[in-house]
Each structure stands twice: as C-alpha cells, then as structure tokens.
Design a protein around this ligand. Structure first.
Ligand code: ZN
Length: 243
C-alpha cells in the first residue's frame, strides 16, 4: 500500500516523525498529569479522623456532665441525710411512727449515697478513659492533617511542573504540525486517534515498530523513495531513519 507524497523534497516524513515524538511525549505528560494523586483518599481519611475526634470529645463531655450530675446528687443526698439525722437524734421528733419513718428515710438515703459513690468512682474512670481516647483521636487527626498538607504541597508542585511541561510540548506540537503537509497530517492524526496515539512507526530490523510484524520486502526502499507506505497489519505509516 503506497502512494507518492509529492511536494516536500528529500525526506518528507522527517517532520511527521518529529511530530510523533512530540505527540508521544505530550501524551505521556498528560497521562502523568491525570495520574497525579490529588489527595482525595487522604482527605477522606482526615475527615473520618475529624469525625472520630469530635465524637470522642462529645463522649468526654457527656461523661464529665454525668460525673458532675452525680456529684451534685451526692451532695444533695448527704445534706438530706444530715438533716434527717439531726431530726432523728435532735429530740425534736418524738412520735414513734414519725421516728420509724425517719429511720426508713435515713436508710434509703444511705443506700442512695452508697450507690452514687459507686457510680461516681466508675464515672471517674470513664472520664479518664474518655480523656485519653479524645487525646489520641485528636493526635491521629493532627497527624493525618499534616500528611495531607505535605501531600498537597507535593501534588501542587508536581501539577505545576507537568502543566508547564504540557504547555511547552503543546506549543512545540503546534509548530511542528505546521511543517507537515496538511493532508498527511490529517491522515496521521486519524491513524493515531485509533492506534493509541501512534500514527507513524519506524521499520527496525525488518519489523514494524508498531505491531512488530515482518515488513514486506521492498517497503523500506519505497519509504526511502519518499512514498507513503502503510503497515498492512496495524495501518500505521512507515518511517525509515536516515541510513
Ligand atoms: Zn504494523
């Protein structure tokens, strides 16, 4: 499969070959650019850690509030107990029925006090444990935030570097494309679009540089003669480097 190129003298495919090199580098730079990790996974980790830390702090506040509440209840119970004791032993109450009911009250208050004291001891432990959990959750959050910040700084730098590289290559591409005969350029672009960005391949050691199949005898000479020769297998344009 071949045809005459006409127009450009000497090595008409040289410009197209050079364009392919730029296109390949441009595609690689774009692939690296889109493969950059923008920190989404790390950010999700930070958000989860922040939620866990907020939950741990809320749990601590809840335990502290419960402790304060029980301490208050204990103080009230002790005050009542003291008052009833005064009533019982102060001699102001002499009615046996009233005395017996006071004794029952005192016994009930003593049970409540014992129960509250037990709860308060348990709540002390709970508050201490919640404090530790909250501190550890805050530390995890802070450490993840630091990692995210460091990652984002690296990401931004890499992105800026690649954007500059892509911009430079795109400008070079535009300039090089102008040197290629328009009809040949369109043909190359059509093939490249369908063949993974590669529209022109070198014949090396008798093999197609695209599909690695053996190239028919005589194709190299025809390419050297300035003809456009297409690989019969992968349909790419053949190029032969200068001898
Ligand atoms: Zn091929």
């Amino acid at each position: 499969m071949s045809e005459e190129t006409g127009g450009d003298s000497g090595r008409p495919l040289e410009h197209l070959w050079n364009l392919q090199q730029v296109d390949t580098r441009l595609a690689a730079a774009r692939a690296r650019r889109s493969a950059l990790d923008d920190g989404s996974a790390l950010r999700a980790g930070v958000e989860a850690a922040a939620r866990a830390a907020a939950q741990a702090v809320a749990q601590l506040h809840e335990s502290q509030a419960a402790l304060r509440d029980h301490e208050l209840q204990l103080a009230t119970t002790e005050a009542k107990h003291k008052k009833f004791e005064g009533d019982l032993y102060g001699g102001r109450v002499s009615n046996p029925k009233e005395l017996s009911s006071l004794q029952e009250e005192l016994a009930a208050l003593a049970r409540t006090r014992d129960h509250l004291e037990d709860r308060i001891l348990a709540l002390f432990d709970q508050v201490e444990a919640a404090k530790e959990a909250a501190q550890s959750a805050e530390a995890s959050k802070a450490s993840l935030e630091q990692r995210l910040a460091a990652h984002l700084a690296e990401y931004e730098a890499a992105r800026a570097r690649l954007d500059a590289e892509i911009e430079g290559l795109a400008a070079e591409r535009t300039a090089r494309a102008l040197l290629v005969e328009p009809r040949l350029l369109r043909r190359y672009e059509g093939i490249a679009a369908q063949e993974g960005g590669v529209g022109i391949v070198a014949i090396q050691n008798g093999l197609c540089g695209g599909c690695h199949n053996a190239v028919a005898l005589g194709f190299v000479d025809r390419v050297r003669d300035g003809q456009i020769v297409i690989c019969e297998r992968c349909r790419r344009i053949f190029y032969v480097s200068a001898p």
